[in-house]
Design a protein around this ligand. Structure first.
Ligand code: ZN
Length: 299
C-alpha cells in the first residue's frame, strides 16, 4: 500500500472511497471538514427554533460540513457569560433577528477580531435586522433593515434599470417587504465562486422580498438581485438578494431569502446557502449546482 502524504482532503469521503487506483490509501487522519457554528437566540419575528434545525440539515446533507449550534439568552448576554468560541470554527452562520439581545461587549470584540483576521460569516434573512447600533456588525452585513435604521445607517443599496449599482443617500426608513410572492433571482456576478454555474435567472418563492435595505455598504458586491415591483408593494428597483462582503481579511455571504422552513427547503435557497457557506469559510466553492436546480427536491 502506498500512502499519499501531503495530499490534503477537505473531508472524510467514506471508507469505501479511500482505496483508489492501485490500492492507494488517502490518509484518513488528514481528513478535514468545514466547521460551522450556527448562532441564534430570542428575536421578535422569526421562529429560529424551527429554522436552525433545517439550516443544520441543509448543510449536513453534504459531508464537507460539520455543524454546531449555540443559542444566546437575555440572561447570558446581560451577565456577560455568552461567549461562543468563534476561533474554533471556519464560518459562523447568523440566524439572529429583529430584537436579538445585545451581545456582551467582550463577545462583540472577540467576533470583530475573528472576522478581521479572516473568519467567515453567513448572514441569513433577518440577521440583517438586529443590532442597528453595533457599527462593526453593520459593516459585516453591509446593509440591513428595521430597528430604526435610516439615513444615518448609510445609503440604500440597489441596482437601477441600467444595471448600475446605486448608493442612494436619500432620507427614509431602512427595510421593508410586501406580501410573499414568487420572484426571479437575477445573477449579477456570474464569475463569483458562489454564482458560477447557476442559471442567469432562477425562480424563488413565494417568499418575502426585502427592499429598502441600507447600511455602510462598504466592500460589498451584489451577487444577485430581484425586481421589487410596485404592484407587490415594493420599490420598483432591483433589490439585492445575495451579496458578498469583505471585512478585514474576513468573508461574508449575505442571503436575504428563506423566511421560514418552507422557503428554506426550496432548491434556490438550499444550493445558494450551501455554496455561500463554503465560500465564506474557504474562499472557494466545490459544491456542484444540481442538474435540475432550482427544482431539486430537499427531503
Ligand atoms: Zn421573514
Amino acid at each position: 500500500m502506498v500512502r499519499l502524504s501531503g495530499m490534503k482532503r477537505r473531508f472524510f469521503i467514506g471508507a469505501a472511497a479511500l482505496v483508489g487506483f492501485g490500492g492507494v490509501v488517502l490518509a484518513e487522519e488528514e481528513a478535514e471538514q468545514i466547521k460551522v457554528l450556527i448562532l441564534d437566540g430570542p428575536q421578535g419575528a422569526h421562529k429560529y427554533q424551527e429554522t436552525t434545525p433545517v439550516m443544520k440539515e441543509i448543510l449536513e446533507k453534504l459531508p464537507i460540513f460539520k455543524v454546531a449550534h449555540s443559542r444566546s439568552s437575555k440572561e447570558a448576554c446581560a451577565d456577560g457569560t455568552y461567549k461562543p468560541d468563534f476561533q474554533s470554527y471556519d464560518v459562523i452562520v447568523m440566524n439572529e433577528g429583529y430584537g436579538a439581545p445585545e451581545w456582551p461587549e467582550t463577545t462583540k470584540k472577540a467576533f470583530e477580531k475573528y472576522m478581521a483576521e479572516g473568519g467567515g460569516m453567513v448572514t441569513y434573512h433577518a440577521a440583517n435586522n438586529c443590532w442597528p447600533n453595533w457599527v462593526e456588525y453593520n459593516k459585516m452585513t453591509g446593509v440591513g433593515g428595521w430597528g430604526g435604521r435610516n439615513e444615518k445607517s448609510g445609503p440604500y443599496l440597489y441596482i437601477n434599470d441600467k444595471g448600475e449599482v446605486v448608493r442612494d443617500e436619500s432620507k427614509g426608513r431602512g427595510g421593508s417587504h410586501g406580501p410573499q410572492h414568487e420572484f426571479d433571482v437575477v445573477v449579477r456576478k456570474k464569475e463569483h465562486p458562489v454564482m458560477k454555474g447557476l442559471p442567469e435567472t432562477f425562480k424563488h418563492g413565494p417568499d418575502e422580498l426585502y427592499d429598502k435595505l441600507r447600511g455602510p455598504a462598504e466592500n460589498i458586491e451584489i451577487l444577485a438581485s430581484a425586481y421589487s415591483s410596485k404592484e407587490k408593494k415594493g420599490t420598483g428597483r432591483h433589490e439585492p438578494v445575495l451579496m458578498a462582503i469583505s471585512y478585514g481579511k474576513g468573508r461574508i455571504f449575505h442571503t436575504v431569502i428563506g423566511h421560514h422552513v418552507k422557503q428554506m427547503k426550496e432548491g434556490s435557497f438550499v444550493t445558494t446557502f450551501q455554496r455561500g457557506t463554503e465560500w465564506a469559510a474557504t474562499g472557494k466553492v466545490t459544491i456542484p449546482v444540481p442538474k435540475d436546480f432550482p427544482n431539486q427536491k430537499f427531503e
